[in-house]
Design a protein around this ligand. Structure first.
Ligand SMILES: Cc1cc2nc3c(=O)[nH]c(=O)nc-3n(C[C@H](O)[C@H](O)[C@H](O)COP(=O)(O)OP(=O)(O)OC[C@H]3O[C@@H](n4cnc5c(N)ncnc54)[C@H](O)[C@@H]3O)c2cc1C
Length: 427
């Protein structure tokens, strides 16, 4: 079993021209994932010079490691959004995410990006009748706000969708999709370079100081002056950006790939090639690989770092509960990446300590990071297109939080206990 992401096969490393750090740029962007590269692209198209600094290899963060599952769902239910932000803002947030997904294929087409984008639809399987009722109530509430419809898949119809009898029913969103995440971010890097970006790998942002008319930025490769600075580090946000670090909670998310499976088995287990999630609190997500030869399975078997062997074991046992036929097949890849949660479980765009930022996608960043990366670039440009509801809400922190999520093991234990109790109490 390889301890690298499945997505890196034949795609890694993303080769870019090696550049030394220039002395000046209009805008410096820290982080070369979807957020950083999409904001770079917008700025370059508007004539700004852009330097992207990346502590590791280009796109080595979550953007080349994720599930590649595309949707338009915020984490909090509509009722929670409404009580926190009021009905109008709750509606704006949900509708903006809907619009971000609607426009995503146009963004790909406009930039000639080919990344195995496929409108496969998403199934969310319910593990109990209570969870199914809750899922459908929530989908109905969301439909009332965004107008986006869904379908209910009854237990009897599930075999035509998925080869597992774990679910009592499911919700189907036909407009959700899948893509190859590493191809996507590689294409973004290609577009940014073609538009004139300078990308400096192995260059860590260390600190910044405002000067009279610019920002002096210290990196591990020297200093650079820029008019504006964008921090696009999401789940990899570190001590160099303390104010942001206190507002994002880094969480590990793990993925495994099965070895290649027989075509008839794949056709039985995932006949429609949907991307899938379920209603467990300890979320899992899975999908076929773009070539439909493997199942890629992800989840949070631990909130802190565990070995690829241990995560493969834990994820594998859940996968086998869903699909017992897979017990005799091995795993080819196992790896994790970092996502960023926020205290209100909503992404944010803003400005603190003199830098702009976007992040906190709570595990749903493929579309949102692209969208908010573009928004943050427009905010730097001072253009009306920078308007976004995600910049109009306060970005909360907690007085006891300094960037080390000490409470995550407690959250995991609680989720695990609640999921087990619910499964047992409902037979
Ligand atoms: C296993 C996994 C599965 C996921 N599945 C899905 C999914 O199916 N669908 C979905 O929508 N989302 C998913 N996500 C979330 C999604 O991948 C992220 O939200 C998205 O990639 C965030 O992009 P980003 O550009 O903001 O951050 P990243 O891609 O994480 O990039 C941040 C970059 O910042 C760099 N950096 C950090 N600090 C510094 C510094 N000081 N100096 C220089 N560089 C620095 C890091 O090295 C990193 O490359 C998943 C994430 C993971 C980890």
């Amino acid at each position: 079993m390889l301890t690298t992401p499945y997505w890196w096969e034949g795609r890694w490393p993303i080769l870019i021209p090696q550049r030394s750090l220039p002395a000046n740029a209009d805008v410096v962007i820290v982080g070369s994932g979807y957020t950083g590269l999409s904001s770079a692209l917008t700025l370059l198209k508007h004539g700004r010079s852009v330097v992207v600094v990346e502590a590791r290899r280009v796109a080595e963060g979550a953007s080349s490691r994720n599930g590649g599952m595309i949707g338009d769902l915020l984490k909090p239910p509509v009722a929670e959004l409404t009580s926190r932000f009021g009905p109008q803002m709750a509606s704006r947030l949900c509708c903006e995410f809907r619009d971000a997904l609607v426009r995503f294929p146009d963004f790909l087409a406009e930039n000639g990006i080919r990344c195995d984008f496929e409108r496969s639809g998403r199934i969310t399987g319910a593990l109990s009748e209570t969870q199914l009722a809750g899922l459908l109530r929530e989908s109905e509430a969301l439909r009332g706000v965004t107008g986006v419809g869904y379908e209910v898949v009854a237990k009897a119809d599930l075999p035509s969708e998925l080869g597992t009898d774990a679910y009592v029913g499911a919700r189907l969103y036909r407009h959700h999709a899948g893509l190859h995440p590493a191809k996507y971010v590689g294409e973004l890097a290609r577009c940014a370079l073609a538009a004139g970006a300078v990308i400096c790998e192995s260059t860590a942002f260390l600190s910044c100081e405002p000067t009279r008319d610019a920002i002096s930025i210290k990196t591990s490769a020297g200093r650079i002056r820029a008019r504006d600075l964008i921090i696009a580090t999401n789940g990899y946000t570190g001590a160099a950006t303390g104010a942001l670090r206190r507002r994002v909670i880094p969480v590990t998310s793990y993925m495994i790939a099965t070895e290649e499976l027989p075509a008839d088995l794949m056709a039985k287990l995932m006949p429609r090639g949907r991307v899938v999630t379920d209603t467990n609190r300890l979320l899992c997500y899975y999908r076929p690989s773009p070539d439909k030869k493997r199942i890629l399975f992800g989840g949070r078997p631990a909130y802190t770092e565990i070995s690829p062997q241990e995560s493969a074991k834990r994820l594998g046992s859940y996968l086998h509960r869903l699909f017992p036929a897979l017990a005799k097949f091995g795993r080819s890849h196992s790896r994790f990446g970092m996502i960023a949660y926020t205290f209100d479980r909503v992404p944010h765009v803003g400005k603190v300590d003199g830098f702009h930022y976007a992040g906190g996608y709570c595990g749903s960043g493929v579309v949102m990071a692209t969208w908010l990366g573009n928004k943050v670039a427009h905010r730097v440009l001072g253009s009306a297109e920078g308007a976004t509801a995600f910049a109009e809400i306060a970005h909360p922190t907690h007085p006891l939080y300094r960037g080390r999520p000490w409470f995550l093991p407690l959250v995991q234990a609680w989720y695990q206990a609640a999921d087990t109790w619910e499964r047992r109490s409902q037979g």
